[in-house]
Design a protein around this ligand. Structure first.
Ligand code: FMN
Length: 230
């Protein structure tokens, strides 16, 4: 990792700016909250970890988010530093876990280089905190910073049905610059498994931060043969 950082720094000095764009790697913050859908966080971390366009991932999991990892995936909290390895069941190299209570962590400041932030899944509680500018934990503070710095924030909100407060908070966050991406699966790619549903949704989320995925199904219109049948 250190040698990679050194390589990018050296390239910054040696290469013309237009070539830099090709090798500039992304730094992404991933917030995980206590909404249902821990599997979405797991898939997101797996795709980011294996993506050569990504340099580093800051991971912040709320207390309720940790509970959901346990409830839905049977992953115990334990030592937070080891959480990425437990979530992906392998040794990870790019993911750094930051405690949600540490509102003085690097990503709590706009001076820290972060290209984008995903909150996946995003609870109605954290949505409310972000929409209301209540930055009393690291997930909501980091999101606040991403918005104030004009960087990309994607909120993968999950609950159903939505009440008036949820909908107003979504509108407020969207008006402040966030992308509201409710956890709503697609079916036009004929998913056969839960993994098919999850992968397509997470690929769409990653596309929002400029990380287009080869695995993603792209609708190319109804084939002429099918139209003829109809
Ligand atoms: C099993 C379980 C499932 C939950 N699912 C949701 C959900 O889908 N959406 C939601 O907004 N809250 C859900 N909650 C409630 C949140 O976890 C709770 O509001 C929590 O305070 C959110 O805190 P956080 O935003 O700091 O993670 C769920 C809680 C549990 C225990």
């Amino acid at each position: 990792m250190r040698s990679l950082t050194w390589l990018v720094a050296a390239a910054r000095l040696l290469l013309p700016a237009e070539n830099m764009a090709e090798i500039q790697k992304q730094i992404v913050t991933v917030g995980v909250t206590g909404a249902s859908g821990a599997i979405l966080a797991q898939k997101t971390l797996a795709l980011l970890e294996e993506d050569s366009r990504v340099e580093r991932i800051h991971l912040v999991v709320t207390e309720a988010g940790q509970r959901l990892f346990a409830e839905e995936l049977g992953i115990s909290t334990g030592d937070l530093k080891q959480l990425p390895d437990r979530v992906l069941a392998r040794k990870t190299t790019k993911i750094e876990t930051l405690p949600n209570k540490d509102i003085g962590a690097s990503i709590a400041s706009g001076s820290c280089t972060v290209d984008s932030m995903l909150v996946i899944p995003c609870s109605m509680g954290t949505l409310g905190a972000i929409a209301g500018g209540i930055s009393d934990d690291l997930v909501s503070r980091a999101a606040d910073v991403v918005l104030k710095e004009g960087r990309k924030l994607v909120l993968c909100v999950r609950d159903t049905p939505f009440n008036h407060i949820h909908l107003e908070n979504m509108l407020r966050a969207q008006q402040a610059g966030a992308v509201i991406m409710p956890v709503v699966p697609a079916f036009y790619h004929h998913p056969k498994t839960i993994d098919d549903l999850v992968t397509q949704y997470v690929c769409r989320v990653l596309t929002q931060i400029g990380l287009e995925q080869e695995k993603m199904y792209r609708w190319a219109g109804t084939p002429a043969s099918k139209k003829a049948e109809a």
